[in-house]
Design a protein around this ligand. Sequence first.
Ligand code: SAH
Length: 369
Amino acid sequence: MATDLPLVFEAPRRGKAPRHLADLDAAGRVAAVTELGLPKFRADQLARQYYARLNADPVEMTDLPAGVRDSIGQALFPELMSPVRHISCDDGSTRKTLWRLHDGTLLESVLMRYSDRTTLCVSSQAGCGMACPFCATGQGGLDRNLSTAEIVDQVRAAARAMRDGEVGEPGRLSNIVFMGMGEPLANYKRVIDAVRRITEPPPNGLGISQRSVTVSTVGLVPAIHRLAGEGLSVRLAVSLHTPDDELRDTLVPVNNRWPVSEVLEAARAYADTTGRRVSIEYALIRDINDQPWRADLLGKKLKAALGPLVHVNLIPLNPTPGSKWDASPKPVEREFVRRVNEQGVTCTVRDTRGQEIAAACGQLAAEER
Ligand code: SAH
């Protein structure tokens, strides 16, 4: 009988996440507590518990009558994800968490402490459909979109871990980057809702400044334009990786749909509307995209398209298992930076955290599979 089989024989169910408080806006919360037959003020109480006290388990919500904690738990606080493991490195200042979602889907988030800030790298999808050949997540394809609550809860859990001193001295989570698994702009509505929940002040959200949130994209042009119209002041990062269409068609396959020129135009529109500098991500890959002429071309194109409203982040390639590609040698990297700067475009090398814990996008989940 199937019910006698050990769990391990069950194929993972890939499904939608159950509804959670963090999926709902203020009106939705009121409707949900009313549905449960509870007075309206409970909605505000639950939001305070979740966003201000960072509690996700009704057992800890001692200001609720014991009799309703169960029904509230079932209706609004299903367990969205449980940690499979935490891995730390960089003397404990980096911690990567592998989460298992309710349907068995795996995802990762990474907490990085710096002297002046603490950044959480969050996932927006389980897997990714963009198929960039150097990225571990890209190799596995897309499992599914994350729900708003599955994104927000990664942040809540990290904010709580920081508050409680689970990752070094107690501190405050200050920055969010959508640079974990997935293409955030391919899960547009849920990501935007999550950004609102993450940035609104308690009790409606976690109170992280919009300016401290970075949304990173492969360059989905219509979605970049749409993002510019949201009235948010989040930072936009564009994963360019090369200034020419010929190579970008293979490194970032979606370039076949929206070429470099259109991506840079959209980036410009974003910068003009929001007044924020756009970050250009460039994973430097030995003998693939690290030639001096590419550095010159990158500098020229960015200068022409964005003027001073751009900054280049070079990311030394973090090789994925089995890949034939590698990071560029340091002298090549330095020359690349020098040439981009020479065109009048600022360029810095991203500090590489978490190399020894397989922190490149999606590596931990790939190993677990
Ligand atoms: N899909 C989004 C966000 C997730 S990836 C995007 O592509 O922007 C975050 C950044 O990490 C992207 O710039 C991505 O290209 C880069 N990246 C992925 N795999 C990498 C690797 N193995 N080494 C270095 N950078 C990598």
